[in-house]
Design a binder for this molecule. Structure first.
Ligand code: ADP
Ligand code: ADP
Ligand code: ZN
Length: 216
């Protein structure tokens, strides 16, 4: 199963990707996570990306394309993967198409998560994750079963992203509508696009995605 999850910041891509990982045992390739790791490790890529990410703008296509191409060569991607947050521009989509044909891989589906703009603000401003395993949580919508303890790994240290504030979200939303939303037309025209209502319950949304994946 090789798929792309597309949607604005806070749509639930990461949340759904983790559920797909659990069911299908394929890796989640989140360019946002990879870039944040590069920033944390102080690599050359991280140094170039940090200010751009903090401001809510898109990191250059060259950097992101190279990261993804390298990641796709790792053995765990052979049987499938979930691209979460990539591609985000038409240029990235074209680069991906070239990479996949070079690597003899074929995309199965592109799934769009549709969420109201007001809900995105709410979701992003309450988002936090486990500092150990990366499980995602929300102040209102998804709290750990035991307060302060990660459901998945038992860790009790959580973190929030510096770019998850109302100001930066505005810039990120603008980038989504300007740069990323044209991909919906691009993949629709290719016949790969499926749209899912991302406004409901996390489990219900997963069932809708799973039905699409089963028929892929
Ligand atoms: P969200 O989950 O809110 O959609 P991400 O974690 O995917 O955000 O991305 C965080 C930031 O990382 C983006 O605002 C952007 O600066 C950078 N980034 C992630 N993926 C890409 C990409 N494919 N192209 C360019 N920049 C990216
Ligand atoms: P993305 O990866 O698209 O930026 P996330 O998966 O990180 O989005 O979700 C953003 C925030 O919204 C997280 O705090 C997450 O727990 C919460 N969330 C995800 N899906 C839903 C949903 N269907 N209803 C309510 N909150 C959700
Ligand atoms: Zn955890």
């Amino acid at each position: 199963m090789k798929l792309i999850l597309v949607g604005p910041p806070g749509a639930g891509k990461g949340t759904q990707a983790k559920l797909i990982v659990d069911k299908y045992s394929i890796p989640q390739l989140s360019t946002g996570d990879m870039l944040r790791e590069a920033v944390a490790n102080g690599t050359d890529v991280g140094k170039k990306a940090k200010a751009v990410m903090d401001a809510g703008n898109l990191v250059s296509d060259d950097i992101v394309n190279a990261i993804v191409s390298e990641r796709l060569d790792q053995a765990d991607c052979k049987n499938g993967f979930i691209l979460d947050g990539f591609p985000r521009t038409l240029e990235q989509a074209e680069a991906l198409s070239g990479m996949l044909s070079d690597k003899d891989m074929r995309l199965d589906k592109v799934v769009e998560l549709k969420v109201n703009d007001e809900a995105l603000v709410e979701r992003v401003s309450g988002r936090y994750t486990c500092g150990n395993c990366g499980e995602g949580y929300h102040d209102t919508f998804k709290q750990p079963a035991k307060e302060g303890i990660c459901d998945r790994c038992g860790n009790s240290q959580f973190k929030r992203r510096p770019d998850d504030n109302a100001d930066t979200l505005r810039t990120r939303l603008m980038a989504y509508y300007k740069e990323t939303s044209p991909l919906l037309g691009y993949y629709f025209a290719k016949g790969d696009l499926k749209s899912v209502d991302g406004m409901g319950d996390i489990g219900d949304i997963f069932n809708s995605i799973d039905n699409i994946l089963k028929s892929a």
